[in-house]
Design a protein. Structure first.
Lengths: 323, 281
């Protein structure tokens, strides 16, 4: 299936959006032509992007697309094969950058033999927070992620969801200016997912940039200002959500349409079929009555016409298929 | 500073995971059992006659060397089991990635783990051996001639294997690092035994196997240093006559050998730091 709008080429800069309030001039993230190869495998092919401060940025892609590789490169956990970048105005992976970054890894594991509050205390130490600020920071983080009553319990006894909540608390310690969340709701129930969305919104309100790495498109759709879609190490689409979803479409449930009639609908837009529903993307909304007429003239019987907004999931699948 | 945070975390982990408790309990059992054995020595008879004080000391020294040989083996295994997952296990589980995302230098993580484990091993060695030596003295009157040197040699023997395993742990999986370390320790001991045979039969080639293994991974060389510090002078004299085995040493380590051990340790630790600095997490 062809994509109605051409995707950006790999390495095309993702333009910055608007931040909240007076913020430092250096963007939260800026990378240029970032490439990562593992032997002959290209994990990331020339990523260039800028994420301003105070923005919630969604980084989407199927499994193995290169999302986690990007996060590791940003933090210095892995080194780029080529390219460069800055995090909060400091080189990628530098201690200065890491001092102001919160991180929830995809593989969230914490010392099972420590209590929840002790894990947070450890990270207070490593983040070099002023000791006087520890109690408030730890209490605040535990309250925010809903673990106040489990503060004195060992992590080994936590469910996966609770460990992910703890990881989120760790990422929020010390007023970070950028929070990197790698699949932050993968182990959470619907209540937990709602809580994460609220936390992300709260961070944005405080001017904290959030880099949300996810393949759960509904949550990205609800909280992100801008997104980039990555596949096979390349950015295949990027921009504000409303721009990305701007492609108009109409869905028609019909039967009895002849092959020739089906082919003729291509004049209205890109046609796909799924479980009795035809989706015509890129159609001019004023031509919907003409589309209905064309289907009837081709022998089709119409049961429903839905001129609905394309969801991010539909757009995502469209992009991945086109790529 | 961060190095000490990681070292403290390591000690905390060993306490919380009950490793320290297990070592204390096992030490108590060994001390109890061997204490009973040593207490029987003064009551033994030889050809119907009670042992003289000299014979009691000789028997106690032989038994002590046997017990300490087992202790050095247990210490080596403990070091391998502790160091093998110290870096590799944290990387495999994902815990290390969370730590390294903080303003923590990679060398601080490796040094912190090394320090925490080394201090634990030092405390364990000093506590256990001092207790054993005191027990032997109380029950038989025998006291090793160079207690501090013996404890130092046993500790450094463990430290060598710990550092070697930690360096492996920065690159390969925990299970593989542990297996390699244990096999290497056993191979060096066998090399030392082969070298002793070479001396008995005046075969230079076989003798050199022992010499090379003492330099390659200086665990067996340090065990012999510990033996020399613990044995009575009569044992050294027997060793000089060509009976140099795992339980007798003809001479103590030379200054140059001790310098080599220091260089070896520094190089192994440096390799661990360099290796971890240059790998992906």
């Amino acid at each position: 299936m062809a994509d109605p709008s051409p995707p950006p080429t790999a390495g095309e800069p993702i333009e910055s959006g608007s931040g909240a309030g007076p913020l430092p001039s250096s963007p939260a993230i800026h990378v240029s032509q970032l490439t990562k190869r593992y032997g002959h495998t290209v994990a990331l092919a020339g990523l260039s992007m800028t994420v301003p401060r105070g923005e919630v940025f969604g980084f989407l892609g199927p499994n193995g697309a290169g999302k986690t590789t990007v996060v590791k490169l940003l933090l210095g956990l892995a080194r780029p094969t080529s390219g460069e970048g800055m995090l909060l105005g400091s080189p990628l992976g530098s201690r200065e950058a890491r001092r102001r970054v919160g991180y929830l890894p995809e593989l969230f594991r914490y010392q099972g033999w420590l209590k929840a509050k002790e894990v947070l205390e450890l990270h207070c130490r490593l983040a070099q927070l002023d000791r006087a600020a520890w109690p408030a920071a730890i209490t605040g983080a535990l309250t925010t992620v809903g673990l106040s009553e489990r503060a004195d319990d060992r992590v080994a006894g936590f469910s996966k969801g609770m460990q992910q909540r703890l990881g989120l608390g760790v990422a929020l310690l010390g007023d970070p200016q950028l929070v990197l969340l790698d699949e932050p709701t993968s182990a959470l129930d619907p209540v937990g997912r709602h809580d994460v969305r609220e936390i992300v919104r709260g961070l944005r309100d405080r001017g904290v940039a959030v880099f949300l790495n996810s393949h759960l498109l509904s949550e990205v759709e609800q909280v992100c200002d801008r997104v980039a879609v990555v596949d096979h190490g390349r950015v295949i689409a990027a921009g504000r959500l409303d721009e990305l979803l701007a492609t108009p479409q109409v869905r028609v449930r019909c039967t009895g349409l002849s092959a020739a009639g089906h082919q003729g609908l291509g004049a209205f837009g890109v046609v796909t079929e799924d479980e009795g529903w035809l989706t015509i993307s890129g159609i001019d909304q004023s031509r919907v009555p003409d589309l209905v007429t064309a289907i009837i003239e081709a022998g089709g019987r119409i049961y429903a016409v839905d001129p609905g907004q394309q969801t991010l999931e539909e757009r995502f699948l469209q992009l991945i298929e086109a790529a | 500073m961060a190095t000490w945070v990681i070292a403290g975390l390591t000690w905390h982990e060993l306490v919380r995971r009950k490793l320290v408790l297990a070592l204390l309990a096992l030490t108590a059992i060994v001390i109890g059992v061997s204490g009973w054995g040593f207490s029987r020595v003064p009551h033994l008879h030889l050809a119907g006659q009670p042992l003289t004080q000299g014979e009691i000391h000789t028997a106690a020294a032989q038994l002590l060397l046997l017990v300490m040989f087992m202790f050095s083996f247990v210490l080596a295994l403990t070091c391998a089991f502790l160091a093998a997952p110290a870096i590799a296990g944290e990387l495999e589980s994902g815990i290390a990635q969370g730590l390294l995302a903080r303003p923590l230098r990679r060398r601080e993580l490796v040094l912190g783990r090394w320090l925490g484990l080394s201090l634990t091993i030092a405390v364990y060695t000093i506590f256990s051996t001092t207790l054993e030596f005191a027990l032997v003295r109380w029950t038989t009157g025998f006291w090793p001639p160079q207690v501090v040197a013996a404890e130092a040699a046993l500790f450094v023997e463990g430290l060598v294997l710990l550092t070697f395993t930690l360096a492996l742990s920065t690159r390969i999986s925990a299970i593989t690092a542990g297996v390699i370390a244990v096999i290497a320790f056993g191979a060096m001991w066998l090399g030392g035994v082969a070298g002793a045979f070479g001396q008995v039969f005046h075969n230079a080639a076989i003798t050199n196997v022992g010499v090379i293994t003492h330099f390659l991974l200086p665990t067996d060389g340090l065990w012999h240093a510990a033996v020399y510090a613990m044995e009575p002078s009569s044992f050294a004299a027997a060793a000089i006559r060509g009976l140099n085995s795992s339980f007798e040493s003809a001479s103590g380590p030379t200054v140059w050998y001790l310098v080599w051990v220091a260089v070896w340790l520094t190089a192994a630790l440096g390799l661990a730091l360099f290796s971890f600095e240059n790998r992906e997490a």
